[in-house]
Design a protein around this ligand. Structure first.
Ligand SMILES: Cc1cc2nc3c(=O)[nH]c(=O)nc-3n(C[C@H](O)[C@H](O)[C@H](O)COP(=O)(O)OP(=O)(O)OC[C@H]3O[C@@H](n4cnc5c(N)ncnc54)[C@H](O)[C@@H]3O)c2cc1C
Length: 595
């Protein structure tokens, strides 16, 4: 996920979902065989991750080409630095896909308070007034069953969660009435805000017979199957997309906004042309599109597909981004490192050159990147569906949503792990555990806030006063102090002024005299430093400098306050961030439904 992601940068407007609060759950969910037990990665979670070997010559050419094109390698795209190129990790263990069901459900499926029903379709959530009382589902023989429940947790995904909610009367009241569904709760955000990553493939012919052609020919399948059965190896033990990179398409981009993934084979993608014989392909996704789509039921029949409209390429910026992304992909594939393999671009083909032609081609051939999110987005306001603090559906009792549909916006990375993180964190929320922030991330963030503070010209002259306080031994080193103070300052300001917004912006909040006078601990600090302040005031003869010094005094007061709370509020170990994973806490029967 990288150090910060779009899910975790305060998009909910709540610090509880910032990266510092999300990281412990990313760590908790995984057992990363390559990177586990580090600041950013976990090594004892249920979800096993192995790093793809990426030792095929075409992957090696890809890494070299990326560097020749001016990009760097990164040790771990899921670690400190998402930007860069690396072998991917994958949910495969000993040659077998290691799904969420294998990781989480299989180990506990014999529990007496867990009843798993397969191949059933939940047709609606039952309500008494605005309280959810259970679900109705249809079995394989078509018979309807009802399950009563004190609480329902909906996890149908970005298409099916809004579908089930709408079928049950939760959604835009006018749309529901048009289908003769009695509204239970008017929530126009249900099925709105659909986001996804659009994806295309650039494909080249390969001059050497090294690409993984076998998977294309059914004649080869017995050999691949045997190889897998005997040694859990070979083409049957890989997902083929073993290497990729995350790129910032412009210097202004705050986070990577283009993903490229290489596979050492080519297959039909563009209906008009195809690589014959050996080839290789590069998947290109743009990651921060502006277009938002919808998921709307068109019928009261729960087996009918909802109408899904993505609105890809809707905005001028999205179209421009696509032309840029394709040029980036092409530039990498054109590097000398590929020369010994390159039989020429076949898809889209050299005749497609101008921005218009490129975007036209994307419009004709682009496919979903399989990362739909945000159709029951969490947050506040009219279009929000889920409360980020409880995962409850706004205005409804006994109903929560926990899946990709609650993302405030799509991540600038693939979505599986973020969904699992949301699930892990929601489990703590539902159990009533306090979720706490990662200490290491807060420290990193505070240090960088301090760096920004130091660059502020308006505080320059006031540093000696802060320095005096530090020398006086009252406080710890200023890097931690002032940074921590900024965080505390942010929450103080929110309390006082009702201001909201991402933490990043809050260091700019102005301190005023009232802040200073109201701060009780400031008297502790005032003694010597007031003296210093006054001396400075006389020496410099400036009201302004005194004001700056007073700001620093206040920051220092906040630092002390924040540090005093830090140890009890920060999470130094992810196992510590909520309480331990204790399934005994779940006293109600749990039923898992799946189609
Ligand atoms: C083919 C494919 C490949 C992907 N590859 C990657 C990848 O390589 N990396 C990555 O990070 N992400 C990948 N993704 C995306 C990732 O799998 C999803 O983001 C993630 O699974 C979403 O989780 P979810 O819980 O929101 O929804 P889902 O995983 O879709 O889970 C929803 C579940 O609810 C069930 N359900 C829905 N409606 C009903 C109903 N009415 N009654 C009963 N059951 C119901 C569904 O059957 C499903 O089991 C891929 C997705 C697809 C489809």
């Amino acid at each position: 996920m990288g150090l910060e992601s779009s899910l975790c940068t305060g998009a909910t407007g709540r610090e509880d979902w910032d990266y510092a609060h999300c990281l412990p759950y990313f760590k908790r969910l995984e057992k990363s065989l390559a990177h586990g037990d580090s600041e950013f990665r976990g090594n004892d979670g249920p979800q096993i991750l192995e790093r793809a070997p990426a030792d095929h010559p075409l992957f090696q050419a890809f890494f070299s080409a990326a560097q020749q094109a001016g990009y760097s390698l990164t040790p771990d795209i899921n670690g400190a630095q998402q930007e860069g190129f690396a072998p991917f990790e994958r949910m495969i263990s000993r040659g077998r896909r290691f799904s969420a069901a294998r990781a989480y459900v299989h180990p506990v499926k014999s529990r007496r308070n867990l009843d798993v029903r397969y191949r059933v379709l939940v047709t609606k959530i039952d309500f008494e007034g605005t309280r959810a009382t259970g679900v109705t589902y249809r079995g394989t023989n078509g018979a309807e069953h009802r399950v009563r429940a004190a609480e329902v947790i909906l996890c149908g995904g970005a298409f099916n969660s809004p579908q089930v909610l709408q079928l049950s009367g939760v959604g835009d009241a006018d749309q529901l009435k048009a289908l003769d569904i009695a509204p239970v709760q008017h929530l126009p955000g249900v099925g709105a805000n659909l986001e996804d990553h659009l994806a295309v493939q650039l494909q080249h012919a390969c001059t050497q017979p090294i690409s993984m052609l076998g998977t294309k020919s059914k004649l080869d399948w017995p050999r691949i199957g045997l190889q897998w059965l005997v040694g859990r190896r070979g083409d049957g033990a890989t997902n083929l997309f073993e290497a990729g990179g995350f790129i910032r398409s412009t210097d202004e981009a705050q986070y990577p906004d283009v993903m490229v993934v290489l596979a050492p084979f080519a297959r039909q993608f563009d209906p008009d042309k195809q690589v014959e014989g050996p080839g290789y392909l590069m998947c290109v996704d743009t990651l921060v599109a502006e277009g938002r789509g919808t998921v709307k039921i068109a019928s009261t029949d729960p087996t009918a597909y909802p109408k899904i409209q993505f609105n890809y390429l809707e905005s001028e910026r999205d179209r421009r981004d696509w032309a840029t992304a394709l040029r980036i992909g092409r530039a990498i594939l054109d590097q000398p490192a590929f020369r010994e393999f390159d039989g020429g671009e076949v898809v889209p083909g050299p005749e497609i050159q101008t921005d218009e032609e490129l975007v036209d081609w994307v419009a004709r051939t682009g496919q979903t990147g399989l990362h739909p999110t945000s159709t029951c987005r969490m947050g506040d306001g009219e279009m929000a569906v889920v409360d980020p603090m409880s995962m409850r559906v706004h205005g409804i009792d006994g109903l929560r949503v926990v899946d990709g549909s609650v993302f405030p916006s799509c991540t600038n990375a693939s979505t599986y792990s973020p969904v699992m993180m949301v699930a892990e964190k929601s489990a703590d929320v539902i159990l009533g555990n306090t979720t706490r922030a990662s200490a290491s991330i807060l420290r990193r963030r505070l240090t960088s806030a301090l760096r920004r503070l130091r660059r502020r010209p308006d505080l320059d002259g006031a540093h000696p006063v802060g320095g005096a306080a530090v020398r006086g031994g009252l406080l710890r080193p200023p890097g931690e102090l002032l940074g921590t103070a900024l965080a505390a300052n942010a929450s103080h300001h929110r309390e006082r002024h009702g201001q909201d917004g991402p933490l990043d912006q809050q260091h700019d909040a102005e301190l005023d005299d009232d802040d200073l006078d109201e701060a009780p601990g400031v008297h502790v600090l005032r003694g010597d430093q007031r003296h210093q302040t006054e001396r400075h005031q006389q020496e410099q003869g400036g009201q302004q400098l005194a004001q700056r010094a007073r700001r620093l005094l206040f920051l220092e007061y906040l630092v002390q306050k924040a540090l005093a709370r830090a140890d009890e509020n920060l999470c130094h170990d992810e196992r510590d961030c909520g309480t331990e994973r204790e399934h005994e806490h779940v006293t109600a029967d749990v039923t898992v439904h799946g189609t």
